[in-house]
Design a protein around this ligand. Structure first.
Ligand code: ZN
Length: 140
């Protein structure tokens, strides 16, 4: 008979694959107020974020929103805005970050308190205060 502790120790011998869900726990549905949950459809191999409740809001395709929000988070860490400075994060840098889910999740966690999802699937990021960024400070 194995104790929970022994099971846990055995599991730690095999390093788990990185969690691919970059926005786990961060997307809040504006319609029902609940956190969007990761849903994997093995039939088509598609990941999405969906409401567990009988909410009529459509699921969000995970790859697209993760890429979009990671890009904005990378720009936030450099103090740039897509509106005033244009795209300042190269596709290479974005791709490299996406290839390391743990790192990408840390960047996203540093940038956003949460991200609200409207019933039409639009994203409304709630950024952390600018002065929590390391390195760059904006003059006020
Ligand atoms: Zn919902």
């Amino acid at each position: 008979m194995s104790t929970p502790l022994a099971t846990c120790a055995a599991a730690s011998l095999v390093s788990p694959p990185p969690d691919p869900w970059l926005l786990r726990g961060r997307l809040v549905c504006e319609r029902c107020g609940r956190t969007r949950l990761p849903v994997f459809d093995p039939g088509v191999g598609r990941r999405s974020y969906d409401c567990a409740t009988p909410c009529q809001a459509p699921p969000l395709p995970a790859a697209r929103v993760e890429r979009d929000l990671l890009l904005l988070a990378l720009m936030w860490t450099t103090g740039r805005s897509e509106h005033t400075d244009g795209p300042v994060v190269s596709a290479d840098r974005l791709g490299a970050c996406l290839a390391w889910p743990d790192r990408a999740r840390a960047v996203i966690g540093a940038a956003y308190v949460a991200v609200t999802v409207t019933e039409h699937g639009h994203l409304r990021p709630i950024y952390r205060p600018l002065d929590t960024r390391t390195g760059t400070e904006t003059a006020r």
